[in-house]
Design a binder for this molecule. Structure first.
Ligand SMILES: [Zn+2]
Length: 232
């Protein structure tokens, strides 16, 4: 009986020790958990901090978008307004190919062209060598040969705010040079098929633009010549 109690005590003591050991281990484990989570969280913190640092590092990126914005604003400032159209309407532009009537014009301004371009001009068909006339008073700002336009002429409006562009020319008229002052109706060139017009597709490619830079002759915002030439 005594030995049973002793053994029973021993078993009790054994379980008590086991319970105590388990409790200690559990408390240790719990105690270490926060420490681990601290190091972990500080680890992830530094990771998130370095991640968080990444977006500020990206901050220089908005800078180009700001310059994009500035370019956009400049573009908006240079956008075609009703004032531009009113002014050009007041110029009473001449159909720039001799013998062509308004009823013969077709509005091809919005037609698609190669490389996702828009035509931004009108084509006026006429036999080869038909005189090309200055649509307005102005001055020859540039004589230029290009792959697409062939033999081309850029005329600056007297306001210096608009450029008239004549392309696919056969040749310039005698006496035409950069700086030549033009009167509305002057013969400036002859209809041809140079550039990408297509062999035998004789026509004048005529465009009006509002240059982005002052006195620039190329790359301005296009204005549809069709309604301006249709006016009587
Ligand atoms: Zn064209």
């Amino acid at each position: 009986m005594r030995s049973f109690i002793r053994r029973y005590k021993f078993v009790l003591l054994f379980w008590a020790c086991l319970f105590l050991a388990a409790a200690i281990m559990l408390s240790r484990h719990n105690g270490s958990m926060p420490r681990n989570s601290v190091t972990n969280s500080s680890g992830t913190d530094s990771a998130t901090r370095s991640n968080a640092k990444a977006p500020p590092k990206m901050e220089p990126l908005p800078a180009p978008s700001q310059s994009d914005k500035a370019a956009e604003e400049a573009d908006v400032a240079n956008a075609i307004t009703s004032a531009d159209v009113h002014y050009l309407a007041s110029r009473n532009l001449l159909i720039p190919v001799q013998g062509v009537a308004a009823s013969q014009l077709r509005d091809t301004f919005n037609q698609a062209r190669s490389e996702a371009r828009r035509h931004d001009a009108i084509d006026i068909s006429a036999p080869q060598g038909t005189p090309v006339l200055a649509a307005s008073d102005g001055s020859v700002i540039k004589l230029f040969q290009s792959d697409k336009g062939g033999v081309t002429l850029y005329e600056l409006d007297p306001s210096s705010r608009y450029v008239y562009y004549y392309a696919h020319l056969m040749r310039y008229a005698d006496g035409i040079a950069e700086g030549t002052q033009l009167r509305r109706g002057d013969v400036i060139a002859y209809v041809g098929d140079t550039g990408n017009a297509g062999a035998g597709n004789y026509h004048l490619h005529f465009a009006i633009s509002k240059p982005i830079s002052p006195h620039g002759w190329s790359g301005g915002n296009p204005i549809n010549p069709y309604p301006l030439l249709m006016r009587k």
